[in-house]
Write a protein that binds this ligand. Structure first.
Ligand code: WTA
Length: 656
């Protein structure tokens, strides 16, 4: 579809009502909002019947701000609700996962029955290594089926997984292992990215130098590269798992048993260990997966194109889809592994019906050109979803026209690591959709947009998104830091959960998300705090001071721009500066992750500060985005800004 045509569509400010054809086939229940609104807690209790309970709960919500429990006196086993139940009820031959490797032609199909066997084997192996209820197990793995077997095996034992995205550095891994005192690590020798092996085990070895309490490391052999080995600590997966029995009798645990910790960036340098408990989390991921994606387990082939190292992977590659008993794609590679048409090949080969991904990926696919998807038969698709960042209307329209054939509804789903599951989204078959709008909160969830004083804004106005009542999959807190939990989320607007996002209601009262209002950046859908990156920069011996901002970027949503003042000892020539800039970018990549590598580093003799000494980030953001600078009278030295603006032109480094 041409640019001009997209512009014309947008000018009409069009809302897309679900087509009659889609509505007729959808599992749509138009009374769903009224049912839930009548008594949200009772409605959620009915949704909890989606789980396989060992003993049914007699309680629902207990709320003592900021602490909630849901269904607390029930008992269950998470992995039984996800896997065993399907085999027991005769769905064992249904495919759970079509795993698709980075290299074309490499694939593996796993039925629910096979999945159960693998999970049991892995659970038995973990028992042999000493894993017990409540233990923390770090998972640092590529997108291979063993990652899912491990997550399900860990929760089967009542233990707690902490999946750390494979792109994180050794230092980032170590800090996460230490923060939650993980005693076990599951990893692989390496991962494949566009055909090349990239190592993982060396980062684990490096991390464990500072984590002496880790007693066992289980290593999947994926790339067959040489790795160092610590006898007694390191175990090959094939040595320990393969010979285990594929039977494991699962025990039931209380509903509020902690299932997992997921580290995410907040506004300080130290990432927060957001933890989730069993029944509330599972109830909401299962319910939202069913309603938001209108799933039909017998016929759908669902593809959540995300990494299991993030919350989207946990909730919508593992737990939500499995409880619903659907067939999924798990794809190891990048969008262009084997060529820029790889995604469309996968969709047409496996007849994918539901595709869920991040706007940043859609923008990349869009940049590669609509001719690429146009060469494939994508008519199996019936629903599209997006998550992770605001989607710009152009990308939404491109997705709708070129991927969805102007036929598939798009669900723009807003949620967070902390919310555990989707909070705001249209419901396909029921709600209409608008390019760029998350529309409204789901049944059983109450959100509002409030102004600075906490008062709800009217239609046509903007403010902050808050959630006004507890929900089942809400985080139960920050690992080891209850005070920070209360302070971060529940203090800004008393009694309400403050998400950190700006939002507006349009003239129709529909909800639009506007991005973070705090110091959290969103780079390609990955959360990073400005302080975290500043901290990494000042950790380099050449750096005196650093200020980091997220500047808008056409492809990645935001990009990191760092303003750095150097210590005097660094040379003054152009070459000295260019060298130090490259060194600093590499240093940040090594300290946190390549995701955190600044797009630009601007060297400046000073940073603009208010009279009270606070760095003026808003102003730096204006500089980074080349906007006019507005009121700078509170600067200690206004000339600094002009100087920085001048430097922008000379020291801009291009994207990698
Ligand atoms: C942003 C990802 C606009 C938001 C599931 C939120 C979005 C942060 C959307 C959470 C969306 C997520 N529209 N913004 N549909 N979805 N966000 O914890 O700023 O990695 O606070 O969870 O992503 O990121 P997280």
């Amino acid at each position: 579809m041409s640019e001009a045509k997209i512009e014309a569509w947008l000018d009409e400010d069009r809302a897309f009502a679900p087509s009659a054809e889609f509505t007729a086939q959808a599992n749509a229940q138009s009374s769903i909002y009224e049912d839930a609104d009548a008594d949200p807690v009772a409605w959620w209790r009915r949704q909890a019947d989606r789980l396989t309970w060992a003993s049914e709960p007699t309680t629902s919500l207990e709320w003592n701000l900021p602490n909630a429990t849901w269904f607390a006196d029930g008992t269950l086993n998470a992995s039984v609700s996800c896997v065993d139940v399907h085999v027991k009820e005769g769905r064992g031959d249904r495919v759970a996962y079509h795993w698709v490797g980075d290299a074309e032609g490499e694939s593996r199909t796993i039925t629910y029955r096979e999945l159960l066997g693998e999970v049991c084997r892995t659970a038995n192996a973990l028992i042999e290594l000493g894993v017990k209820k409540g233990d923390r197990v770090a998972v640092y793995m590529p997108m291979i089926p063993e990652a899912i077997f491990t997550m399900l095996a860990v929760v089967r034992l009542g233990a707690i997984h902490s999946v750390v995205f494979g792109g994180f550095s050794a230092e980032a891994l170590a800090s996460r292992i230490l923060d939650s005192d993980c005693r076990f690590v599951v990893t692989a020798d390496g991962a494949f990215r566009r055909g090349a092996a990239s190592p993982l085990k060396p980062a684990v070895d490096e991390a464990l130098k500072s984590c002496p309490d880790v007693s066992a490391v289980l290593v999947v052999q994926r790339t067959h590269e040489d790795v160092d080995w610590v006898e007694g600590r390191d175990h090959w997966w094939h040595d320990v798992v393969d010979h285990q029995s594929d039977v494991h009798e699962a025990q039931a645990f209380p509903a509020e048993t902690t299932m997992f910790i997921m580290y995410t960036s907040g506004t300080t340098a130290k990432p927060k260990g957001i933890f989730h408990t069993t029944a509330g989390y599972l109830t909401q991921v299962a319910t939202t997966y069913n309603y938001v994606f209108d799933v039909k387990p017998e016929t759908d082939v669902c593809w959540t194109a995300a990494d299991i190292g993030w919350i989207t992977g946990h909730s919508y590659i593992v737990y939500g889809p499995l409880i619903n008993g659907v067939t999924q794609i798990m794809y190891e590679g990048l969008p262009d592994s084997g060529g820029r048409d790889r995604w469309w090949k996968i969709i047409s080969q496996y007849q994918v019906t539901i595709l869920y991904t991040a706007p940043t990926t859609i923008r990349t696919l869009m940049k590669w050109g609509h001719q690429i998807p146009a060469a494939f038969d994508l008519t199996s698709l019936r629903l599209l979803g997006t998550v992770g960042e605001p989607i710009n209307p152009e990308a939404w329209m491109w997705y709708r026209m070129n991927v969805g054939g102007n036929r598939c509804p798009i669900v723009d789903t807003w949620w967070q690591t902390e919310t555990g599951a989707i909070i705001c989204s249209p419901l396909p078959g029921i709600s209409s959709t608008k390019p760029g709008a998350a529309m409204r909160s789901l049944p059983g969830i109450s959100v509002a947009v409030v102004d600075d004083s906490g008062k709800e804004v009217g239609n046509g106005e903007g403010g902050y998104l808050v959630i006004t009542a507890p929900w089942p999959s809400m985080t139960r807190g920050i690992w080891g830091d209850p005070d920070r939990f209360l302070e971060t989320y529940w203090s800004r607007f008393p009694g309400k959960y403050f998400a950190g996002d700006g939002a507006k209601l349009d003239a129709d009262g529909d909800l639009w998300l506007l991005g973070r209002v705090d110091d959290v950046m969103n780079i390609s859908g990955h959360r990073l705090s400005t302080t975290e990156v500043e901290h990494a920069l000042v950790g380099h011996p050449a750096v005196a001071e650093a200020a980091v901002v997220g500047a808008s970027d056409e492809t990645t949503g935001q990009a990191i721009v760092a303003f750095v003042t150097l210590k005097l000892s660094v040379g003054e020539t152009e070459q000295d500066h260019a060298r130090v800039i490259e060194e600093l970018r590499a240093h940040v990549a090594n300290t946190i992750s390549p995701i955190a590598k600044p797009r630009q580093i601007i060297l400046t003799p000073d940073l603009p500060k208010t009279r009270s000494g606070k760095i003026m980030r808003r102003l730096l953001r204006d500089v980074a985005e080349n906007r006019s600078l507005g009121d700078v009278t509170t600067l200690t030295d206004p000339t600094v800004v002009n100087m920085i603006a001048g430097l922008m032109d000379t020291h801009a480094t291009s994207e990698d």
